[in-house]
Design a protein around this ligand. Structure first.
Ligand SMILES: [Zn+2]
Length: 180
């Protein structure tokens, strides 16, 4: 948990407050699906309490995330420069996070964890497909290893790896490359 991103809704003074923090990969690796290998992201969260129950958030993220290239699986650094604004209103008893620009939180909440919002702001900025700009920029050793592995049909030692069923064959190739 990032303490700085936990907004104290009830006790926040009126007006605008800037919160700054730095995020690394541990912030993004909350589940096994995460592809973020490294992260170096500065976040500025500007919170304006506009009234007793209404707030405005402006999130600015700047930095770099490192994810695997789709083609060669080697590290790919992606610059992150994202800005996201969100209004928050406290009312009723139900959380409603279906709106793009308005988040409704129950009126008895004392705190709001903005970490998931910040996390999504960065992760949604990562394009669906992400490769090194051209194949020439890819790691040639990785590409060779992947090629030869994929061309080699079923490897002889497959039995010894039967516990890793369901693994992407490219990852198997990578693992071999690292063992050499
Ligand atoms: Zn690549």
């Amino acid at each position: 948990m990032v303490e700085a991103l936990m907004l104290k809704l009830k006790t926040l003074p009126f007006g605008t407050h800037a919160i700054e923090c730095h995020l690394d990969e541990s912030f993004f690796n909350i589940d096994e699906l995460s592809e973020v290998r490294r992260a170096d992201v500065d976040v500025t969260l500007e919170v304006t309490r506009k009234s007793e129950n209404t707030y405005h958030l402006e999130i600015n993220c700047n930095g770099t995330v490192t994810i695997p290239c789709d083609r060669c699986l080697d590290d790919l650094d992606l610059p992150v420069e994202e800005n996201y604004c969100l209004n928050v209103e406290q009312m009723g008893t139900e959380l409603d996070d279906t709106g793009d620009e308005l988040l409704i939180v129950p009126s008895d909440w004392r705190e709001l964890d903005t970490a998931p919002i910040v996390r999504d702001t960065v992760l949604l900025a990562i394009p669906m497909t992400h490769c090194h700009e051209s194949e020439d920029d890819c790691n040639p050793d990785m590409l060779d290893a992947l090629d030869s592995h994929l061309a080699g049909a079923v490897p002889d030692d497959d039995d010894t790896q039967s516990e890793t069923t369901g693994t992407d064959p490219r990852w198997e190739a990578l693992k071999k490359l690292k063992e050499q």
